[in-house]
Each structure stands twice: as C-alpha cells, then as structure tokens.
Design a protein around this ligand. Structure first.
Ligand SMILES: NC(=O)c1ccc[n+]([C@@H]2O[C@H](COP(=O)([O-])OP(=O)(O)OC[C@H]3O[C@@H](n4cnc5c(N)ncnc54)[C@H](O)[C@@H]3O)[C@@H](O)[C@H]2O)c1
Length: 318
C-alpha cells in the first residue's frame, strides 16, 4: 500500500482516479479547491487548498505525508478561460505542486498532461509525420491550454535535472476521459453524451476520436507508480483506449475532418485508434480493459485484431 496525494481529486478524472487507487488498496489524500461530497471520495482524506498559492501548496503537500503525488489540478478545457489565465494558472499549478512534492521528499511524482500538446486542430493546419500518433510525435501546441500542458511535462524534466534519480517522475496524456456515469448518459466534458459523440463524428473529430475510460486511467496510474523506480526517469505516456471512438474506420473519417490525411491515415483500418498506447504496454505492462462497444452493449463488428502489441510480462520489464 502506498499513500498517494491527488491534486484535483474532486474533478471529473480525479474522482475516478481516487476511487480506483483506493480500491486497489492505497491510502488517498485529495487536494482540491474545496472538499466534495461525491460518493467516490467518501472516506477519503480531503484537503481544501488553492494550489496557485505556493506557500499553501507546499504546506498542504508536506502535511499530507504521502509517498507519491499525482497532479491533476488545472483548468482542464481549452478556451474555457482567457488564454493568459489558462497559461498562468496551469503553469503556476504545475510549478507549485510538483516542486512542493520534491521539497516534501516525495519519491514518486506524476503529472497529467494532454494529447492536445500535439497541436491538432490548429487553424493554420496540422499534419503529423505519421499515424498512429505516439510519444515520438512532435508537440506543436497552438493554444494556451496545449502550451500549459507541454510546460507541465517540461516542469518534471526540469525538476529531474535538479534531483537526478533521487525523485522519480512521469507525465501522462490521457485521451478524452469518459467517467463511468457518462456511459449511462451523463454529459461528457464537452457537454454532449457518448452516444451523441458516436452518432455525430464532427463532435469526436476535434479529439481525433480518442477516448479512455477513467477507470483505465486509474489502473494506468497504479502500475505507473509501481514501475517508476525501474523505468527511465521523466517519461511521457499516452493513455488511450485500444480503439477509436467512432463507428467507421478512421482511414475514412480522418480525411473528412483533417485535410491532407488521406495517405497518412490509410492504415487506420477497422477500429484502430489515432493514438498508440504501445509505450505504456511495453514499459509498464498496462492495457485498457474498457471499450465503448463493451460499455454501450454494441457488438464488436469491425474491431481491429489485437495482434500488434502483445502484453509483456511484468517480470521482464524491470
Ligand atoms: N478530462 C479529460 O478528458 C482530460 C484529457 C486530457 C487531460 N486532462 C487533464 O487531466 C486533469 C484532470 O482533468 P478533469 O477533466 O478531471 O478536470 P476537472 O476540471 O474536472 O478537474 C480539475 C480539478 O482541479 C481543481 N483545481 C483547479 N484549480 C485549482 C486550484 N487553484 N487549487 C486546487 N484545485 C484546483 C478543480 O477544482 C477541479 O476539481 C487536468 O490536468 C486536465 O488537463 C483531462
């Protein structure tokens, strides 16, 4: 059992992450602007703190006396506040929280980034070198949110240059997070339901049809925290489902929404996603267990064969 602090623990992803890590046998502390009466947080230690205040952040993180820290707190939606506010808030939160973790002697520190660091959707156009997108794809953020997430990734790299391997860091880029209740019709982050996102591809296209079940993010963070001492420091991981959130192959859909991708997307046949989760499989032995077809009870016609990335055995990963 590990004692883990989660900032933004009362948020959309935070609630599922806290619940999942607690169910896996860990002791949790949620740090958020205010305490929450959400069912997932019942029985969990909660600290109300404005983490943009560096002294308050340092005090709260030191007092929570944890072995691990997972930083989620942020303005989580692009353009939901003025650009300068998003950049300042998210960069400040990352610096305050992650450096407070180092100062408190926490040995394992993880921060949430975002696939948007890649810069898809840029008004002036965007094309990657190849699909599927992975951790080698060059980040080209085009708005303050994507830039702030790249800064969060760079903050762990910066801190690792200060601490060396005495502190183990990682960043992860969760795809469009679907919380358990959202499979049953609760609105997703962008306000529409999962079914609406599937019925109208224009709703899912801005995220390049990516998604991940929040419970799979919890298992990812669990295995990541355990693996941190044995993997290279300050790595970045995409965390996405095995399939695309779409009823038709992305080889057909992507060119309709991202001009110039006809050739690049040609291999995204069946249900193949635009984002690869192969690195998390290879380095951590993690794989997602939830799919939209399984959750919505739709059949798996067109599912991609799972041949590309066999699951590595955990004991050969160290
Ligand atoms: N939801 C997604 O699809 C998604 C995708 C990619 C990345 N992310 C990242 O995951 C993280 C969590 O996202 P989410 O969807 O749960 O967002 P959310 O908005 O639901 O939760 C964020 C939480 O951070 C807290 N917070 C914000 N400012 C704070 C402050 N100054 N002090 C203390 N707490 C503060 C909020 O109160 C909130 O509970 C974010 O870093 C986001 O950028 C989310």
């Amino acid at each position: 059992m590990t004692r883990i602090a989660v900032t933004g623990g009362a948020g959309r992803l935070g609630r599922s992450l806290v619940a999942g890590l607690a169910a896996a046998g860990h002791e949790l502390v949620s740090l958020d602007r205010s305490t929450s009466d959400a069912a997932e947080l019942s029985g969990i230690d909660q600290i109300a703190v404005d983490l943009t205040d560096p002294d308050a952040a340092a005090r709260a993180i030191a007092e929570s006396r944890t072995d691990a820290l997972v930083h989620l707190a942020a303005i989580a939606v692009p353009f939901s506040a003025p650009e300068d506010v998003i950049l300042r808030t998210n960069a400040t939160l990352a610096l305050n929280v992650l450096s407070a973790g180092v100062a408190a002697g926490i040995g394992r520190i993880v921060t949430a980034s975002s696939p948007t660091v890649l810069g898809y959707g840029a008004p002036a156009g965007w094309l990657p070198d190849r699909f599927p997108l992975d951790e080698r794809t060059t980040p080209k953020p085009w708005n303050a949110y994507g830039l702030s997430k790249l800064l969060a990734e760079q903050t762990i790299t910066m801190l690792s240059r200060q601490t060396g391997d005495a502190t183990r860091f990682a960043a992860f880029r969760p795809c469009y997070v679907i919380a358990p209740e959202e499979w049953h019709g609760a609105p997703t982050q962008q306000g529409h339901t999962v079914r609406e996102r599937l019925d109208d591809p224009a709703l899912s296209a801005p995220a390049l049809f990516n998604y991940v079940d929040a419970r799979d993010v919890a298992t990812f963070v669990d295995v990541l925290l355990e693996a941190l001492p044995g993997i290279p420091n300050a790595e970045v991981f995409f965390v996405g489902a095995d399939d695309a959130l779409a009823r038709r192959p992305l080889a057909e859909l992507l060119p309709q929404f991202v001009s110039g991708t006809e050739q690049l997307a040609a291999e995204l046949t069946g249900s193949s996603p635009a984002f690869s989760n192969a690195k998390a499989r290879r380095l951590l032995g993690w794989r997602p267990t939830h799919t939209w077809r399984g959750e919505l009870g739709e059949d798996a016609v067109g599912a991609a064969p799972d041949t590309e990335h066999p699951i590595p055995r955990k004991d050969v990963l160290a």
